[in-house]
Ligand binder design. Structure first.
Ligand SMILES: NC(=O)c1ccc[n+]([C@@H]2O[C@H](COP(=O)([O-])OP(=O)(O)OC[C@H]3O[C@@H](n4cnc5c(N)ncnc54)[C@H](O)[C@@H]3O)[C@@H](O)[C@H]2O)c1
Length: 340
């Protein structure tokens, strides 16, 4: 069987992570890339990409590709995915699908009408502990879910990159919304939220939301970009380091669960700062990137190879996630309760 040839648009932090994973999967190769950054030829060479193209259009027209990855900044996704869907190849689009649910729904319909498989980069669906927990919830052992509490605070140093690109609801909270939709089994009906902006940047530094679901489930989701630089780092890759201080607590009728990313089990202490290595998301182990991102890429490539449908990812949930995200954004901006 011939290799799966992948085209990648966007070779920043996450594009490089995906490229590294893809190159380490058997029978897969990064064949062509496009990124407008000045260092692209040098970065592409590290991943052995034979074609470095001068425009996204050239990438879409590159002969012999089997699938596309779009790993560019959030505010470029809508235009790029719309153009890419014309080509007809399966696409892994990093989150968010779009920056509004209306646009997300339009893109979802376009993909469905053309019969194109589109996977949105909701990596938590591939995190082993979270996927295991979902199975436990779905097999009924928790009983009805009562509360869901998620926190996703990220390094202040990353704020320079992400702060002015999109509101945190589309950046960080969207992961927890998607996981919640994956386990909830009932639609979200009501959203209240509040936020603070101390830095004066385009979007708030911190947001807290309370959601209620039709079956009574109560959820709270919070995020901030204010984790100090000296906090224990749990994200360590060649081009990227820092802290994702994420917590999850789920209370059901019969059982409860708790997960904290900083309680990784491995702590390495230094004079300047310490590492609490997260092995769930994208640890580098024995020279390859493992964890959820690897499982996510393997899943996508397997679908490209077999043409099967996905039992894990859901574009419908991605659109619903955007509906909730924009309700949080609106509720926080206006102080009102949004009924969905
Ligand atoms: N799933 C996750 O946990 C996760 C984590 C981080 C980032 N992401 C997502 O990955 C995407 C990229 O984020 P990042 O952290 O790599 O950002 P980044 O800023 O490190 O990299 C973005 C890259 O895209 C390039 N770029 C800009 N405009 C482009 C265009 N029109 N076409 C192609 N490339 C373009 C930039 O030159 C840059 O190299 C975003 O959607 C982000 O939300 C997902």
């Amino acid at each position: 069987m011939s290799d799966i040839a992948v085209g990648i648009a966007g070779l920043g932090r996450f594009g490089q992570l995906h490229a590294g994973v893809l190159n380490s999967l058997p029978g897969v190769r990064v064949a062509a890339v496009f990124d407008p950054g000045p260092d692209t030829p040098e970065i592409a060479a590290r991943f052995g990409a034979p074609a470095v193209l001068p425009s996204f259009r050239d990438l879409l027209d590159f002969p012999g590709l089997d699938c596309l990855y779009i790993v560019s900044p959030e505010d470029t996704h809508e235009a790029m995915i719309t153009e890419a869907l014309e080509v007809g190849l399966p696409i892994l689009l990093e989150k968010p699908l779009a920056l509004s649910s209306a646009k997300g729904a339009e893109i979802a319909s376009m993909a469905e009408a053309r019969g194109i498989f589109m996977q949105i980069g909701f990596v938590l669906r591939f995190e082993a502990r979270l996927a295991f927990l979902r199975d436990q919830i779905l097999n009924g052992s928790f009983g009805r879910l009562v509360t869901f509490r998620a926190k996703r605070n990220c390094s202040r140093s990353w704020y320079d990159v992400y702060a002015d690109r999109a509101h945190a609801v589309y950046e960080t909270v969207i992961h927890d919304i998607d996981y919640l939709l994956w386990i909830a089994g009932s639609p979200c009906k009501k959203v209240y939220a509040t936020q603070r902006n101390l830095s004066g940047r385009t979007y708030p530094d911190a947001t807290m939301a309370i959601l209620t679901f039709e079956d009574g489930l109560m959820a709270s989701i919070e995020t901030s970009w204010l984790v100090p630089d000296q906090a224990p780092a749990n994200v360590l890759t060649n081009n990227w380091g820092g802290t994702i201080d994420a917590e999850l607590e789920i209370v059901g009728e019969h059982r409860s669960a708790r997960l904290r990313t900083l309680e990784s089990g491995l702590e390495i202490w230094g004079d300047q700062y310490s590492h609490h290595l997260d092995a769930g998301l994208w640890p580098e182990i024995n020279g390859v990137i493992a964890g959820a991102i690897r499982a996510e890429d393997e899943h996508f490539i397997n679908i490209v190879r077999t043409g099967e449908s996905s039992s894990i990812t859901s574009v419908t949930d991605a659109v619903e996630g955007l509906r909730i995200a924009e309700a949080i954004e609106r509720a926080a901006a206006t102080g009102s309760i949004i009924e969905l």
